[in-house]
Design a protein around this ligand. Structure first.
Ligand SMILES: [Zn+2]
Length: 355
């Protein structure tokens, strides 16, 4: 990862207190005195009908699925944006020194209470609002996904700092996504959600649960940021299988009857410990459903704020057709025992080609 293309986080404050590390991964630097922040999007940058306005709304509403008591109020059509004007605003700027690729400016008082957070995005940062695999960086596309960057900046806007120790949105943002079929999805994730709960307490309006699986994982760190990359498939000795690139992912070469290890990252983004089952599936396409061939199941048990990159050994069925492409899927809560705020993140897949 190149530090020049990571999202910068600058904090301007009255308080000398900087980021405080917690044992749970996330970092925090301040909080809003109430459990709410109103962010006003620029009328010029986010006009009605504009795809960036839609994306911003998606980001705010997705953050508002987090299990803490914090909620964003997203307003639009702000006619006058600027730093330190007493309102928290979001806009695009052509000033690279101020906003490249995106920067959150925060003010807080001596009691650690936020008074203003402004988010500006550099308009030549190469953003796209598309979350299609072919468009975005993590799958070899040419563009930086705006949604993931905005998810990261909104995390700063509620009081979170950077985090390098876990797979999380407050590290590298563009490869912190789930994937269903050919479309990636931005999300706040277990660690940032856990940080939000630490700042604002558990959501008092009911129970918010969400488990998920992704084929991204932490690969290291670059300064304050965790680095992320694709999970892999290995042979039984732990050596990555040979592959070619296919649809932006590694398509692994396997043989019929071969035992392989399949790696995914499992998360609990909700508020309490969850026990359920993971089904491993063989599919002829990238949509993983219970109508596909179930290869095995194993138990899932993770608490709030927990993430686990885990490798499972499976056997490639001997009945597959040589030369064909298949998909190995993981499906969390395939038997639908949990009540979740979303199940769009319950599957992930690897691509294989049978020799
Ligand atoms: Zn940042």
């Amino acid at each position: 990862m190149n530090i020049r293309i990571t999202t910068r986080h600058l904090v301007l404050g009255l308080c000398a207190q900087m980021l405080s590390l917690s044992a749970f991964g996330y970092t925090t630097y301040a909080r809003w005195p109430t459990n709410n922040a109103t962010l006003r999007a620029s009328a010029v940058s986010f006009p009605a009908g504009n795809a960036y306005r839609t994306a911003l709304g998606t980001v705010a509403s997705r953050w508002n699925q987090n299990p803490s008591n914090f909620r964003f109020t997203q307003l639009y059509n702000d006619a006058s944006v600027g730093l330190g004007n007493g309102q928290s605003e979001v806009w695009f700027s052509s000033d690279a020194s101020l906003c490249s690729p995106a920067v959150t400016y925060s003010w807080w008082n001596g009691s650690g209470q936020l008074t203003e957070t402004d988010i500006c995005f550099y308009n030549a940062a190469g953003y796209t609002t598309s979350m299609n695999k072919t468009s975005i960086w993590p799958y070899g596309g040419a563009y930086r996904p705006f949604e993931t960057t905005a998810m990261h900046e909104y995390g700063h806007a509620l009081g979170l700092g950077h985090e390098a120790d876990e797979y999380n949105i407050m590290g590298s943002d563009w490869n912190h996504v789930s994937l269903a079929d050919q479309t990636a999805r931005s999300y706040s994730g277990e660690d940032a959600n856990d940080g939000a709960v630490a700042l604002y307490g558990l959501w008092s309006g009911g129970v918010i649960e969400d488990v998920g699986v992704v084929h991204m994982k932490r690969t290291g760190a670059s300064g304050e940021y965790s680095s992320h990359g694709l999970t892999k498939m290995y042979n039984t000795s732990g050596v990555e299988l040979p592959y070619t690139t296919f649809n932006g992912q590694r398509r692994y070469q396997v043989t019929k009857g071969q035992q392989v290890r399949v790696e995914f990252t499992y998360e609990n983004n909700g508020e309490s410990y969850q026990n359920t089952s993971v089904g491993m599936y063989l599919s002829t396409n990238a949509v993983i459903t219970t109508a596909d061939t179930q290869l095995q199941t194993f138990p899932f048990g993770l608490g709030r704020g927990d993430v686990s990159t885990y490798t499972r050994t499976i056997t490639i069925p001997a009945t597959l057709t040589s030369g064909n492409t298949y998909y190995i899927g993981a499906y969390v809560d395939w038997n639908n025992t949990l009540a979740e705020i979303t199940s769009t993140n319950n599957t992930a897949y690897h691509i294989i080609r049978v020799n």
